[in-house]
Ligand binder design. Structure first.
Ligand code: ATP
Ligand code: SF4
Ligand code: MG
Length: 354
């Protein structure tokens, strides 16, 4: 997925983010939201981006479509959509790529529809903002897209409040695909839907991806969703990518203790033991720890971890991790699956608080 900064990979990438650093100016100080993040999305692939709340997933996604908040500052790095550096290109060029090339389904998608306009009209407007198409043809295209996402096209004449949550989300997906983008950024696209509808929506996105061939960056808190739906995964912690690679490799043989901790949150195969949570929470982005940012919560932390920033290094084919003890991790995986290992961290962090 990632390429080394400065070199072009042989794999064609639709999106190639290199060494991206983003900060936010806040009243309390500078929040370090993204620290040298590199992430690439190969053509037609689906990449899952996971990590706890506040680790920078949405910031990364917004940077990729150049819609960061006013108080954000990109201090380093580049974001290539094909051969176009979105951060250096003129605003109008970037605007043309939005929706037609890169579309985004946001966390608040359920509020993204205008309540006083018919769903079909909203899709027609999205088409006509970018394409020189008659209203009649655009309406036909809107109906075609609704059909494709599993909504009866006759319902195009209804208002959003007449749709269920799942149908509204399907309408948003129809809108995001109507201009045939080749990259879809989906930020928690099923938040607030019940589990069965979530599953249906993911199945639909997957079948559409097979049919239409777009690449997908899927942000979620849920490792299970990535296992079901993605080819590759990037694990973020405190504004950094700490592990990335093919989903099966990263999930079956993780090399970063944070990934090991996330894996413990999955329902256990033995169905007897409870999922284990990682004690504590991510660091304050205004005061990031020196060295490894996961050290305060890591059961395997040593003094060296608090001094040296771990670099992402290769740990297998197309698989990288950023842990200075990565060579020892295979011998520590069994320990990481035990609740007692993490309980010791919880006790230690309480001692620090006292
Ligand atoms: N506009 C902003 N101003 C100040 N800080 C911000 C702003 N947007 C995000 N942040 C901070 O940047 C960090 C990353 O936030 P981001 O929203 O990218 O996280 P996330 O991984 O998407 O979290 P979640 O899972 O809750 O959506 C957090 O510490 C957040 O508080
Ligand atoms: S570098 Fe050290 S603290 Fe960080 S994840 Fe690896 S073992 Fe844990
Ligand atoms: Mg987010």
């Amino acid at each position: 997925m990632s390429t080394q900064a400065g070199s072009k990979s042989a794999v064609p990438h639709v999106l190639d983010i290199r060494d991206l650093c983003v900060r936010f100016r806040t009243k309390r100080g500078i929040a370090d939201a993204l620290d040298h993040v590199s992430l690439s999305i190969p053509k037609s692939a689906s990449v899952g981006l996971v990590g706890e709340s506040g680790c920078g997933k949405s910031t990364l996604m917004k940077a990729a479509i150049d819609v960061l908040a006013e108080n954000a500052e990109v201090t380093a790095g580049s974001v290539y959509y094909h051969d176009l550096d979105l951060l250096a290109a003129p605003a109008e060029t970037v605007r043309q790529k939005r929706w037609a090339g890169i579309s985004m389904i946001t966390q608040s998608a359920l509020n993204a529809l205008n309540p006083v306009k018919k769903v079909g009209d909203q899709i027609v407007e999205a088409i006509r903002a970018h394409r020189n198409m008659s209203r009649k043809d655009a309406w036909a295209r809107a109906e075609e897209m609704l059909q494709l996402v599993g909504v009866d096209p006759k319902r195009a004449r209804e208002y959003p409040h007449q749709f269920s949550g799942g149908m509204r989300q399907r309408a948003i997906i129809a809108m995001s695909l109507v201009l045939s983008p080749d990259l879809v950024l989906a930020d928690e696209p099923t938040t607030s839907l019940d589990v069965i509808v979530q599953d249906q929506i993911f199945r639909k996105i997957r079948s559409l991806q097979e049919e239409l061939g777009f690449s997908l960056l899927l942000v979620t808190h849920d490792l299970g969703v990535v296992i079901e739906n993605c080819d590759r995964i990037a694990v973020m912690y405190a504004g950094q990518v700490v592990e990335e690679g093919p989903v099966d490799q990263v999930v079956n043989t993780p090399f970063h203790p944070y990934t090991l901790g996330l894996k413990n949150s999955l329902p256990r195969i033995d169905a007897v033991s409870e999922p284990i949570a990682i004690p504590g929470g991510p660091p304050d982005p205004i005061e990031m720890p020196k060295g490894c940012r996961f050290a305060p919560r890591c059961p395997f932390a040593q003094d060296a971890c608090r001094q040296t920033k771990p670099e992402l290094v290769s740990v297998g084919a197309g698989h990288r991790a950023a842990c200075i003890r990565q060579a020892e991790i295979p011998g520590l995986r069994a320990e990481a699956a035990k609740i007692g290992t993490w309980a010791k961290v919880a006790v230690k962090s309480e001692e620090v608080v006292e």
